[in-house]
Design a protein around this ligand. Structure first.
Ligand code: NAG
Ligand code: NAG
Ligand code: NAG
Length: 727
């Protein structure tokens, strides 16, 4: 505003009233017609009767429009007055574009306008005192030439600003021919305007310090109509390279929303660097300082990297990256967004029941937790050692290294102690006692102690499930890829984690415990309630009594590592983090492995500490919910058990007037096939695809396929039960 109070913008121009100078020697109807028109158009109006008064007034107010009476040459010489006004105008504004209208007599209409144009008039108005004619003339002038003149004045102001700017500014046309550089540019770069204007940018020597592809990057950015900003080394005339913080803005011509209309566009380069004491320099360096003092979270780094990449990316990439940033800024990165409620209610209930902790809490419905004190090992007759396992039990475990091993045979043969027996056999196969330097008797007591704390009254989450997960874990540990990735301590951790992973499970979901305000939910702040409890209790049971402390002989650091791995795996079985674990596995392991051509660096991917953690989490997760990948008969049995446990929960919720977490699991209405289909669709398929891609499990995928078809078949026959009715 310091340079010009005018505005090229029409809306604003309309608000600022224009000013008109009328030079009429005598008041007559024409004079009055213009006066009235000015009033109606809301123009400020001055009237001068003599050339002297006109010049005086103009010097003071420099009007937007001067209308000079040319009808009576006996009063004054309109043409010379116009020239004088123009002269003043030129001194005031630096360029000649005053708006002079000459008012002439009708009989002069045929005469040439040339003399008038030469003296500086832009327009001739033939005498017409009709007020509407005067008004219309003013409006046309305003919308046409006055506006154009305002724009010119605004340009003038902007160029004045450019001249005064402390920042180096360079303007090129579309073909990169330099149109303008400002004085700051001249003094920073050491060139004179004249040496640069008209030259193509490519003709000006470049610094070699820039990356070779930088110019191409910049140009492709500009071509896309995007601004580029970054560090650029410019070469001064004297040959010195100077590092500059450069911003390059493509200027698209008026109405140039389309790229093909960019003819005559200008590129404005603004270089913000002016010696060492320039204020902009200071601003930048102080910003940098603030930045480096901040502790950046990895996600902040990621966002910064993407922002920087966006700067130099083609439009579609930049737009895609915008979308990426939007997603990255949300807090729940791994929770899939379920659509509307129209979705399958089975999926909704499973997700609601398994993936939320249900922070709703009703008062007065205290759920009494089933086992406050850990159970002591029962004094069932236990085998003294592996060799003492009764032959009929041993027989059921003969093929425990096969995926098709039938755990239910073991369950019936061993008086509900499948975990202890299978544990003894598997742990010995993996040399766990040797690794832990613990006597087999300790392991036996430990297994008994853990198994005793599984609730045999739960129809699903009893020690048979733990034994089943242990079996799957052991099976996965023998897969080639898994063996390449894990060390023995990881194997031991995985086997122990599988054994303890649901210990003291109350047969109710986390959501239920939270809703019921159970002691555990309160203890663990409604967060991973059960999984925290399983992990914590496992270590309590283990370390409380030397007789069953399998960790007693471990070296401290090794124990800590092992303990950490066990806790991590048990917590990974929590379903609220399901998609996080699966996605991390896919992104960090599956994708990099798939991208590898030769097998040279596979080892690096497989054995990095971070990836080993991801493998272990995925392993125990898959083992934990591998039921749909078991042979059909086993799969059906497990489906019956989990449904029964959920039904029992719904029954209790109704009895206690608690919110029903999974309404589809109502024993009166539930379609077990539908619930299995939803569970497989939502949780199983993607996870096992990823796990199969890693560990190579064609037999599991075949079972999964069969089982899915089985449930589909029942559902298509509108059957709700586990099995088709007998023929
Ligand atoms: C687990 O529950 C089932 C009933 O669903 C039962 O038949 C089985 O014996 C239980 N297993 C153990 C070890 O308690
Ligand atoms: C639960 O929250 C309280 C209060 O924030 C905190 O002091 C406590 O450590 C939390 N407990 C757990 C197990 O996270
Ligand atoms: C890749 O694997 C093949 C067989 O699995 C092996 O013969 C070859 O030496 C391996 N190449 C590298 C670079 O490790």
């Amino acid at each position: 505003t310091q340079f010009c109070s005018c505005d090229a913008n029409r809306e604003t121009a309309e608000q600022t009233s224009h000013s008109v100078l009328l030079v009429f020697a005598k008041e007559d109807s024409q004079n009055n017609g213009f006066c009235w028109a000015c009033e109606k158009a809301n123009f400020r109006c001055n009237v001068a009767r003599t050339p002297e008064a006109a010049l005086e007034c103009f010097k003071e107010k420099h009007h937007d429009l001067v209308i000079i009476d040319h009808r009576h040459s006996r009063y004054f010489d309109a043409e010379s007055l116009c020239r004088e006004v123009l002269l003043i105008y030129f001194y005031l504004n630096g360029f000649v574009d005053l708006f002079g209208v000459c008012c002439c007599r009708p009989d002069r209409e045929e005469a040439s306008v040339m003399p008038l144009i030469k003296s500086g008039f832009n327009r001739r108005y033939v005498e017409n005192a009709n007020m509407m004619a005067c008004y219309n003339e003013l409006l046309q002038l305003e919308r046409g030439e006055v506006l154009a003149q305002f724009k010119l004045r605004a340009c003038n102001a902007i160029f004045t600003a450019l001249e005064q700017s402390q920042e180096a500014i360079e303007i090129t046309n579309e073909d990169q021919v330099i149109q303008y550089v400002n004085p700051a540019y001249e003094s920073i770069m050491g060139y004179q305007q004249g040496e640069l204007i008209g030259k193509e940018i490519t003709e000006v020597p470049k610094s070699e310090k820039n990356k070779p592809d930088l110019l191409e990057t910049i140009n492709s950015c500009i071509r896309k109509g995007k601004e580029w900003q970054g560090i650029y080394y410019a070469k001064k005339k004297n040959g010195d390279s100077v590092q500059q913080n450069v911003k390059i803005t493509p200027v698209i011509g008026q109405g140039g929303k389309h790229k093909d209309r960019r003819k005559g566009s200008l590129d404005v380069r603004s270089t913000t660097s002016r010696g060492s004491d320039g204020s902009s320099q200071r601003r930048h360096s102080s910003m940098a300082r603030i930045h480096s003092m901040t502790i950046e979270a990895p996600i902040t780094k990621v966002i910064n990297i993407i922002n920087a990449a966006q700067e130099s990316s083609p439009m579609p990439v930049a737009e895609a990256l915008d979308r990426v940033l939007e997603i990255l800024r949300t807090t729940e990165l791994y929770s899939p967004q379920l659509g509307t409620k129209e979705e399958d209610p089975h999926t909704n209930d499973l997700v609601g029941g398994l993936m939320t902790d249900g922070l709703r809490r009703l008062s007065g419905n205290e759920y009494i937790f089933a086992a406050k004190q850990p159970h002591l090992p029962s004094h069932l007759a236990m085998p003294l050692s592996l060799n003492d396992i009764p032959p009929h039990v041993a027989q059921t475990m003969e093929n425990e290294d096969s995926w098709d091993f039938d755990i239910f045979n073991l369950e019936t043969a061993c008086l509900k102690r499948p975990l202890t027996y299978l544990g003894l056999k598997i742990f010995s196969r993996f040399g766990v006692c040797e690794f832990l330097s613990c006597p087999e008797a300790t392991l036996r007591s430990w297994l008994q102690g853990i198994e005793a704390n599984y609730h045999s009254t739960n129809s699903y989450h009893n020690s048979s499930h733990a034994a089943d997960v242990l079996h799957a874990t052991a099976y996965f540990l023998c897969k080639e890829r898994v063996k390449q990735s894990l060390e023995q301590i990881d194997e031991v951790a995985a086997l122990i984690a599988a054994t303890v992973h649901d210990v003291d499970h109350p047969g109710r979901t986390n959501s239920f415990l939270c809703n019921a305000g159970s002691e555990l939910a309160i203890l663990y702040n409604d967060t991973a309630v059960l999984e925290s409890h399983h992990a914590a209790l496992a270590f309590q049971i283990t370390t409380r009594d030397d007789k069953c402390n399998i960790f007693r002989n471990m070296e401290r650091n090794e124990y800590r590592t092992l303990r950490q791995a066990i806790i991590d795996m048990v917590l990974a079985t929590e379903m609220t983090k399901h998609f996080e674990h699966v996605n991390k596995f896919v992104n960090s392991i599956n994708k990099p492995l798939a991208a590898l051509e030769e097998n040279g660096s596979v080892k690096g991917i497989l054995t990095s500490p971070d990836n080993r953690i991801l493998v272990k989490r995925m392993l125990i997760k898959c083992a934990d919910i591998s039921n749909p990948c078991r042979p059909l008969e086993l799969c059906i049995e497990w489906a019956g058990r989990i449904s029964e446990e959920y039904f029992a929960q719904t029954d209790e919720e109704k009895r206690q007037s608690l919110p029903v977490v999974m309404p589809v699991f109502d024993r009166n209405t539930c379609s077990i096939p539908k619930s299995q289909i939803s569970f497989i669709d939502y949780f199983i398929t993607d996870m096992f695809d990823a796990w199969d891609a890693f560990a190579d499990l064609p037999n599991l995928m075949q079972h999964l396929d069969n089982n899915f078809k089985y449930w589909k078949g029942l559902d298509e026959r509108k059957l709700h039960s586990l099995r088709p009715p007998p023929e």
